[in-house]
Write a protein that binds this ligand. Structure first.
Ligand code: C5P
Length: 399
């Protein structure tokens, strides 16, 4: 898998002659698996038509900071949040200076200021401008702010000069962009995550289920995708939107979840079983709605397959993480589950508390393996999910 698959990249084009190469950059980033949006400065439009980039990227090109229509759709803050990486290519001397000063007078400048994404610049300018101490100082300052400086190249320039300042070739730039993500801890790993409750039908309108919200499993899916993994999320019925960048397989019953999980684990590296699977299901499902004539009804229940145990015993190379929701003696019961279910690790939490666990946005948990036990104090499920992903990467030596 390419390191750019699943990655969201904004290509910001400032106004220099090298802007004509941006079309090829967009195409090559897409070929490497990235999703690309283009933002142009007004100057850039003098060198390359927005329509070319719109056709290549398959999305409208953004240019105006104060465009009410664009702001109603994907405005500058949404764009800034959407991206994993902002690549400014070409980055002119003037644009680099405006970044140093934190100007916010154009859409591209505002996105640079607002984005939490990785920022990379591909300088492109005359050799004299590149060698000027003002530019050197500016580049140094950006570098200190962790902006990646890609290039420039040395050679014949558009003005006829020879020296450093040419923008790097698109193929090389795309390689360098991919290198910016090399730290994606789960890059290239295939993860299966089960989430949410299951519903066990009693009759066509009634079922047995539990209070699981699915929030922890969905947060894990997002964190794993963020770390570069290819994620399959097998989810029982929940009130959550489909997470970004994951393959979602919706299921209803434990039997459905079992089938989907075993099929997905056949070519996976890691399974995280965060689902609250119903332990029992009715032995027989009434084909018609059960009438309330009787004063009492006996429901005969049979045990569901333990999905995580089944996957752990069937796929010996799979790294398997389970969850243990306990109301007492958390660590002891969790360790027992770790061994009994043949898991590599278990995340244990106390569900008797109302401030964490089921349905809450926060959780407090303990990461337990055969040899280790680490507490995660109370934190958001989003943060806990990132910490669990880090713990898995550490166990697998993927730091
Ligand atoms: O046994 P218990 O339900 O407490 O175990 C919890 C762990 O086992 C969780 O990781 C849960 O997703 C998994 N599990 C499962 N299939 C079941 C029951 C639990 O995968 N039928």
């Amino acid at each position: 898998m390419s390191t750019l698959s699943n990655k969201r990249i904004i290509v910001g084009i400032s106004g220099g002659i090298a802007a004509y190469k941006s079309a090829e950059i967009v195409r090559r980033l897409q070929d490497a698996g990235a999703e690309v949006r283009v933002v142009m400065s007004r100057g850039a439009e003098e060198f390359i038509r927005p329509l070319t980039l719109q056709a290549l990227s398959g999305h409208p090109v953004h240019a105006d900071l104060l465009d009410p229509e664009a702001e109603a759709g994907m405005g500058h803050i949404e764009l800034a949040r959407w991206a994993d990486l902002l690549l400014i290519a070409p980055a002119t001397a003037d644009f680099i200076a405006s970044m140093v000063h934190g100007r916010a007078n154009s859409l591209l400048n505002a996105i640079y200021l607002a984005t939490p994404a990785i920022v990379a610049v591909a300088p492109a300018m005359n050799q004299g401008m590149w060698s000027h101490p003002a530019t050197s100082d500016n580049i140094q300052q950006l570098s200190q702010r962790q902006v990646k400086i890609l290039g420039p190249d040395t050679g014949v320039q558009a003005c006829g000069d020879i020296g450093p300042g040419r923008m790097q070739q698109p193929a090389r730039l795309v390689e360098q962009v991919a290198d910016c993500f090399a730290t994606g801890k789960l890059s290239g790993k295939r993860l299966v995550i089960t989430a949410g409750p299951t519903r066990e039908a009693i009759d066509p309108v009634r079922y047995i289920s539990n209070h699981s919200s699915g929030k922890m499993g969905y947060a894990l899916a997002a964190a794993a995708a963020e770390a570069g993994a290819e994620v399959t999320l097998i989810s029982g019925p929940v009130n959550l939107g489909p997470p970004d960048r994951c393959k979602l397989i919706p299921v209803v019953s434990a039997a459905d979840m079992h089938n989907a999980t075993i099929a997905a684990c056949a070519d996976a590296d890691i399974l995280i079983a965060a689902a609250a699977v119903a332990d029992y299901r009715p032995v027989s499902v009434a084909t018609q709605k059960i009438k309330k004539h009787a004063d009492a009804v006996n429901l005969e229940l049979e045990k569901n397959v333990d999905i995580v145990s089944a996957a752990a015993s069937q796929f010996s190379d799979l790294y398997v993480v389970g969850f243990a929701a306990e109301t007492q003696d958390v660590e002891r019961y969790a360790r027992d589950k770790l061994e009994r279910k043949n898991l590599d690790a278990i995340v244990a939490n106390d569900v008797s508390r109302s401030d964490v666990g089921f349905n809450s946005d926060n959780n407090e948990a303990r990461w337990i393996t055969a040899t280790a036990s680490k507490a995660f104090s109370i934190r958001s499920k989003t943060q806990l999910a990132r910490d669990i992903v880090d713990a898995i990467a550490e166990q697998l030596g993927l730091q």
